[in-house]
Design a protein around this ligand. Structure first.
Ligand SMILES: Cc1cc2nc3c(=O)[nH]c(=O)nc-3n(C[C@H](O)[C@H](O)[C@H](O)COP(=O)(O)OP(=O)(O)OC[C@H]3O[C@@H](n4cnc5c(N)ncnc54)[C@H](O)[C@@H]3O)c2cc1C
Length: 803
């Protein structure tokens, strides 16, 4: 084994092998894969090898498409067969809600270039004779589904990489590693020491252990997973291979395996495997079968596919594989550990392994993953994702693998975990809570005497009428909103202003002022969107998306100068309340001595003020687009602040409102938000943020690319549509049609109660962005006519927020 390498990839499962191959493909040839035993010795060897393109996140779906297309390439290069069977696949719907879900998945597939076809149950039966149509209402067919040979795929990746100069060291276990001051790593292995410039943790079942070598606790957990293979079915002899099948209500997946059927299930009572530590002596072992556990799914399966009830069981496989709390992979550089990268928690290695390898290799070689992989970024988890949290969420996610996640559905596991000091007070107001980064926050407030619960649905829920009242209170009087669920950073030091000017695309505000600050990467794409508040000459607060806290810190720390600036996250330290609406000034004025009149405290001001006895930072901004204030206090003051505001608001018509109403009101203002309208696939001019890009500044990250985008005009435009919807509003990812052609997709949508319009924000091709009529948004299988709004639906001139 070489003693020095540019990259040491730890783990020779399908993921590590893919990373190795993609590194060579991206131009790094001095790379080494270190495998404890033989290749595939973790979860890879006993996988069912199924692959599919459908994924709830369109960006992940694209990487899945890439993975499936890749097999031909690595077979050609390596000469090793991947055992690819593209049989096509069918997803069966047993309920009208599942059929709605399929319609939405099919619609999403339109702009992803997928050819998904909706079928009636009778049509489905023609291509999948095993099913009993009585249990199904319809189906969706995907021609690009199938299965591969896990062993072949892993070896094809490894061989392709080896042919390009990579080394694979088998029977070698990495025991420990230490960082050198220059950020490179010394690895101690059973085969000698290796010095590596970069390390990739692709440890799969042992990813946690490989993380712990450097003090990192990764949120991954393995679950036991069982599938069985039936005896051969004589009627298959001489027939074309059966297509893949997912029966959502039965919670089973199936495919043909030689002459029999392979049937696997994600049972509700799933069992974690090695919840704390994975034993190093676990080899190519299988776990003891527990057919009892999967019996409920099998019973349904035998009812839905009667022929299988009489087929004997030839073999049962029970093996572990890992999941992150949300079921998506953990990929990317780890904040605070230079040159330490992860590619783990990949639960669908044969659909996603290629895309994960591609993105990580580009990230390492070019400094950017080259695709929008926010949904897979390891930085999406913070300290709250402890071992026990991960355990609760992974079990929940596993048990729900084939269940519908409705857009308004909040899941129960690991809750409540984090609460703010006013949690009980909000509970007393009948708040319906949502969970975000482990933190409880109010979504809406159910009427008195009504259970604080929201019905899950793709359509308008029982919250609709109450949210309308919350919006009305804000638009007509004053509303109170808890805003603690934002990410916050304090930036201080003599070089803070200069650094912020370099890292943010907008100009840095003067003391006491706020600016809206998009953050770009070198490619000029949007990687952040902040409210930048200047408290003093050398003290700033940045307010942005909480879920991206580590993502931002990782970026900030990469760009910090050696001295003169310090950045710290302070999300839990500062909690917040916002008051918004035409009477919000009157309310706040009754509690502060300072003059809040616009002349003295105009829109976009930021100041240290005492609210009653409470020391606070107050910003005159509101995401509602109305007159409003954001009030930030350290958490020990939040209860006192809440009591003051609710007390003073009694006579002013103060009403609590939550995240649902806030979302409705920001849509009325066409305000975009991170991870929806603003993502690394969009440029600031495409996103309509051009006025916040200060190209007069001589230098900032992404400046040249942003200038080029401005000159070129970008490929797309963010537009607002007024959709003629009936009882369901857009939620995001629906296709936008124009003149009979798909020209874009929705990023978010909802009902604008103050304007009584169903609204959708979305990106369309620049060429059609100027049209006003002729648009359609596909909502649950129905193409609803839509009109582009030339300006925000509510108060387009912004007079109310500036009043
Ligand atoms: C029963 C079952 C059915 C499945 N069916 C499917 C399916 O149909 N489709 C699909 O896409 N996925 C399926 N999967 C999931 C799939 O197996 C995983 O997504 C995939 O194996 C993950 O690969 P990996 O490389 O991340 O991890 P692993 O396969 O666990 O590989 C990690 C490797 O790292 C090595 N390693 C760890 N630590 C060290 C160290 N310190 N030093 C050296 N080497 C080390 C291990 O020996 C191991 O070989 C299934 C899994 C199971 C268990």
């Amino acid at each position: 084994m070489r003693t020095h390498t540019r990259v040491a990839v730890i783990g020779g499962g399908v993921v590590g092998a893919s990373v190795l191959y993609h590194l060579t493909k991206a131009g790094w040839h001095d790379v080494l894969l270190i495998e404890r035993a033989e290749l595939t010795s973790g979860s890879t060897w006993h996988a069912a090898g199924g692959m599919h393109t459908v994924n709830g996140d369109p960006n992940v779906a694209k990487l899945q498409q890439y993975t499936i297309k890749l097999y031909e390439e690595i077979e050609r290069i390596s000469g090793v067969s991947c055992g690819v069977h593209v049989t096509g696949g069918i997803m069966l719907a047993g309920t009208p809600e599942r059929m709605d879900w399929l319609k939405m998945a099919q619609a999403r597939g339109r702009y992803l270039g997928m050819e998904l076809e909706l079928l009636s149950a009778a049509e489905a039966k023609k291509i999948y004779p095993l099913m009993d149509t009585r249990h199904f209402v319809g189906a969706m067919y995907d021609p690009i589904e199938g299965h591969v040979d896990p062993y072949g795929v892993t070896h094809a990746y490894a061989k392709s990489a080896q042919l390009a100069g990579a080394e694979v060291s088998r029977q070698t276990r990495v025991i420990d590693m230490h960082a050198r001051p220059d950020g490179s790593w010394d690895l101690t292995t059973t085969g000698g020491n290796v010095h590596a410039e970069h390390v990739v943790n692709a440890g799969g079942l042992w990813a946690r252990e490989v993380g712990r070598m450097v003090g990192l606790e990764l949120p991954v957990l393995a679950m036991e997973h069982q599938y069985l293979i039936t005896e051969d079915l004589p009627e298959f002899t001489g027939q074309k291979e059966q297509i893949h099948c997912i029966d959502f209500e039965g919670e089973i997946y199936m495919r043909q395996e030689r002459g029999g059927m392979l049937l696997g299930t994600y049972e509700r009572a799933g069992v974690p495997w090695s919840p704390r530590t994975t034993p190093w002596d676990f080899g190519q072992d299988l776990l003891a079968n527990d057919l009892e556990r999967i019996a409920p799914s099998l019973e349904v399966g035998f009812e839905h596919f009667p022929r299988l009830a009489s087929a004997g069981i030839k073999k049962v496989v029970n093996g572990p594989f890992t999941f992150a709390p949300d079921g998506n992979p953990l990929v990317g550089p780890v904040r605070g550990l230079r040159n330490y990268w992860v590619a783990c928690g990949v639960m669908a290695g044969f659909s996603q392994g290629g895309g994960v390898g591609l993105a990580l290799a580009h990230w390492m070689v070019d400094g950017d993953p080259g695709a929008d992989i926010w949904g897979m970024d390891v930085a999406r988890y913070g300290d709250w994702a402890t071992l026990a949290y991960t355990n609760a969420k992974v079990r929940e996610n596993y048990s729900r693998r084939f269940r519908i996640r409705f857009p308004n559905e909040e899941l129960d596991a690991a809750r409540p975990l984090r609460t703010t000091p006013i949690y009980e007070r909000l509970q007393a107001q009948n708040a319906v809570f949502g969970e975000y980064c482990g933190l409880e926050h109010p979504l809406w407030f159910a009427p008195k005497g009504v259970a604080p619960r929201e019905d899950v649905t793709f359509r308008r829920s029982n919250a609709h009428a109450t949210v309308a009242e919350e919006c009305r209170a804000v638009r007509e009087a004053v509303g109170l909103l808890e805003i603690s669920n934002y990410g916050k950073f304090e930036v201080t030091g003599p070089a803070a202003a200069e650094w912020l000017s370099f890292i943010m695309a907008n100009r840095v505000p003067s003391v006491g002022r706020i600016s809206l600050a998009p953050m770009l990467n070198e490619r000029g794409r949007l990687i952040g969107d902040f409210t930048l508040c200047r408290a003093a000459e050398e003290r700033f607060f940045l307010i942005g998306t909480y879920a991206a806290e580590r993502y931002y810190l990782r970026w900030f720390e990469r760009h910090l100068p050696p001295a003169g600036v310090s950045v710290r996250a302070c999300a839990s330290e500062y909690v917040g309340l916002s008051v918004a609406g035409p009477r919000s000034r009157e309310l706040l004025q009754s509690l502060v001595d300072a003059d809040l009149a616009t002349a003295a405290f105009p829109f976009m001001s930021f100041r240290r003020l005492d609210v009653g006895m409470v020391p606070a930072f107050v910003g005159r901004v509101s995401f509602t687009g109305d007159l409003g204030y954001e009030i930030w206090v350290t958490s020990d003051y939040q209860r006192a602040l809440y009591d003051l505001l609710t007390g003073a608001g009694k006579n002013l018509g103060l009403r609590h409102f939550g995240g649902r109403a806030l979302n409705a009101m920001r849509l009325e203002k066409s305000f975009g938000t991170w991870a929806r309208e603003f993502r690394p696939i969009y440029g600031p001019f495409e996103a309509g943020l051009g006025r916040f890009i200060d190209l007069r500044k001589p230098s900032f990250v992404g400046r040249e690319a942003a200038a080029a985008e401005q000159a070129h005009g970008g490929d797309r435009r963010l537009i607002t549509l007024d959709v003629r919807a009936r009882d369901a509003d857009a939620i995001g990812d629906e296709p936008i049609w124009h003149a009979g052609r798909v020209v874009g997709w929705v990023t978010s949508g909802g009902y604008g109660h103050s304007v009584q319009k169903s609204l959708a924000l979305g990106y369309v091709e620049r060429e059609v962005a100027g049209e006003s009529a002729g648009f359609e948004v596909e909502l649950i299988g129905e193409r609803c006519p839509a009109v582009r709004l030339a300006e925000a639906a509510f108060d387009p001139d912004g007079t109310r927020m500036r009043a």
